[in-house]
Design a protein around this ligand. Structure first.
Ligand code: HEC
Ligand code: HEC
Length: 264
């Protein structure tokens, strides 16, 4: 008689365990959410998390035109209108052009200053399409929240770039590159413009503050893994607690699955 009795108690216990895990998880999530809104309230006093540079000097545009003519026009056309071998660049906005040139995806002798000038020239040819940022993003990581950045990175980026940012092969021969060299501007540009097979994360998906948190996590913790000291996860606190809670929740579900499997 004892065994069936225990068994009928097990599911209730498991559900309780999962519920406690879930509750703890949402509580820690709530705590993190609250600290965000405190930060938002202070926004008016602190510099914005991302400053988009949308205006360029005529000197930059002129310099960019010369560079574009010499390095890009054979494929993209003199007015960046595109050709049989390369796409139309008009309307893609300065951040897209700056990203492709400054990361070395498009051939150019050197220097991100040249990339900015070329971006300025291409941006002067046509208004930026609404789905692209109309400026080059400069990120203020000083006020960023590394714990939120880590959580957002795990949710939005790690599936392709891996949890350590080392990069990984994707389906269809695509490759998500290592994040160990990208500058803060390049990380923000990648997020906002979605190069190649990477999805675009627009302002409706990730706010500027959330982008700044992710950028701080990538250029801080991921690019300098030795700085974080101690446990591999870094930033102990709400994030680590959240993981533990999640582990309990998922663990509970697994026990349910085992139990059901055994019954059947
Ligand atoms: C040898 C030909 C060639 C040259 C030279 C070249 N490009 Fe490209 N460019 C391409 C091709 C092909 C693609 C599409 C590649 C892809 O989608 O992976 C591309 C893509 C791009 C994109 C991304 C377009 C999009 O839709 O996201 C940008 C921006 C760009 N090029 C800018 C430049 C700039 C600026 C230069 C000069 C510094 C340059 N390219 C030089 C061939 C070229
Ligand atoms: C669906 C897979 C996928 C996701 C999700 C994804 N990326 Fe990417 N990412 C890519 C691919 C693919 C490329 C290379 C694009 C190309 O060059 O054609 C890339 C390129 C990049 C680069 C350029 C690195 C360099 O130095 O060249 C950065 C930075 C980057 N991603 C950051 C992020 C961040 C931050 C997130 C999360 C907000 C993210 N990515 C989410 C697939 C992904």
């Amino acid at each position: 008689m004892r065994r069936p009795h225990l068994r009928s108690l097990l599911p209730a216990g498991v559900v309780a365990l999962a519920a406690v895990g879930g509750l703890a998880f949402s509580l820690t999530a709530g705590a993190v959410g609250r600290s965000t809104s405190v930060q938002t309230a202070a926004d008016s006093l602190t510099p914005p998390p991302i400053h988009y540079v949308t205006h360029f000097t005529t000197g930059q545009v002129k310099e960019g035109e010369v560079l574009f003519e010499a390095n890009c026009s054979t494929c993209h056309g003199t007015r960046a209108e595109g050709s049989a071998v390369a796409p139309d660049l008009q309307g893609l906005g300065p951040a897209t052009v700056d990203f492709w040139v400054s990361t070395g995806r498009m051939p150019l002798a050197d220097s991100s200053a040249q990339a900015t000038d070329i971006a300025a020239f291409v941006a002067s040819l046509a208004p930026t399409a609404p789905s692209y940022p109309d400026g080059i993003p400069y990120v203020n990581t000083k006020d960023a929240n590394l714990q939120l950045g880590m959580r957002l990175f795990v949710l939005n980026c790690a599936a392709c770039h891996t949890i350590t940012g080392a990069g990984d092969a994707l389906a269809d021969g695509a490759y998500a590159p290592s994040l160990h060299r990208a500058t803060s501007t390049q990380v923000a540009e990648a997020i906002r413009t979605g190069p190649g097979n990477m999805p675009v994360f627009g302002p409706g998906t990730l706010s500027n503050r959330q982008v700044a948190d992710i950028v701080a996590y990538v250029t801080g913790v991921i690019q300098h893994p030795d700085d974080r000291g101690g446990l591999g996860l870094g930033g102990i606190g709400p994030v680590a607690e959240g993981f533990v809670a999640l582990l309990f929740g998922v663990g509970g579900l697994m026990v349910v699955a085992f139990w059901l499997g055994e019954r059947a």
